[in-house]
Design a protein around this ligand. Sequence first.
Ligand code: TRP
Length: 432
Amino acid sequence: MSIKRVLTGITTTGTPHLGNYVGAIRPAIEASRQPGVESFYFLADYHALIKCDDPARIQRSTLEIAATWVAAGLDPERVTFYRQSDIPEIPELTWLLTCVTGKGLLNRAHAYKAAVDRNEAAGVDPDADVNAGLFMYPVLMGADILMFKAHQVPVGRDQIQHIEMARDMAQRFNHLYGEHLVLPEALIEESVATLPGLDGRKMSKSYDNTIPLFTPPEQMRKLIAGILTDSRAPGEPKEVEGSALFQIYQAFASAEETQALRQAYADGIAWGDAKQLLWERVTREVAPMRATYEDLIAHPERLEDILQAGAAKARKLSTALIADLRQAVGLRRLGSSASPARAAQAEKVSLPSFKQYRENDGRFYFKLQDGQGKLLLQSTGFEAPKAAGQAIAQLKQSPEATLNALQGQWAAADGVSTAQIIAALQSLAEAA
Ligand code: TRP
């Protein structure tokens, strides 16, 4: 059986809450116990610096997140659990990737674009208060992923674009320097709940509507009492649909328990009683983890040892890959030369290609395929073969502008991003 590598990072800016636990921590730990899976989990503290300049908060968050994962059952012996900033090869790979990443690709990254859009809406300079870390974020994330040759990256939907960009970087690097990097895929767990927060919106630190996982039980009770409900009185039947309280309960309860609460809603349970049930259920789930958590928080040096051992494991891989990549790009001892095998391998990577053809409707079409023959882009029908030919020539010459200019005359193949098409066209342009 081939081993599948799964990798994910957690940015160290906050305190883990119920939403993180249900949506990320619990499913990740379950997945790490499956046979045939090799898991990498890391504390993304370089990423934290992009949005947080409070050193104490970064350190505290790193401690709390590490303690949470271990308390929730992550087995550091079985998985590779490390802190990003303990792996100096990651910033080094970031630079190698920076040099094969189009600036235009980064201009289109959602996180950066959203900041620019906000500035434009506010009528200030588009780059006001935007640090270059935010701009480079997808490259750092690409390095995190590509460093350990991850096949799958479990992330939320908001991160899909970053995984696609990491694929583009890997493709581009491999195209230029030979097959060194593995193309990762985003893994979106449809079955995993996104938990609503106190106000019914997604539970998130940015909405300030969270319930911290290890908040003391009495504090947890107060927070749960504050969950938004409607104004139905005791005795009145209540809707489970759209009830944040119900959804949070469901994320912790068994099917039978959930069914019982559903019945209680129909029977008109008072909101206060329903909140009591939720508090009991959540505290019951958290209780066995709490002792370990508190113990680790009180003994940071134990976590530090765990992280150092994880870094040593991770660096066996990262130092080996970086040595290969330095050699591949030409950062070499003087007098040494590229191994012939490597040069031959680099040449073998085949280029994308255009195919032109005529359909039964009498019109002229073209499509773009990658080096392995996979369809990337399909045109609509052109009246004349010359028009199709010109479109191809322009696409080769200025990929992005032409894709925009030809809006409506082409479609990306299923699962192919515009960024991938642009990368393919760029590699054609360069080979010409
Ligand atoms: N950017 C991710 C987030 O905000 C965290 C992260 C950093 C990450 N590096 C990663 C996730 C690599 C997966 C893989 O959620």
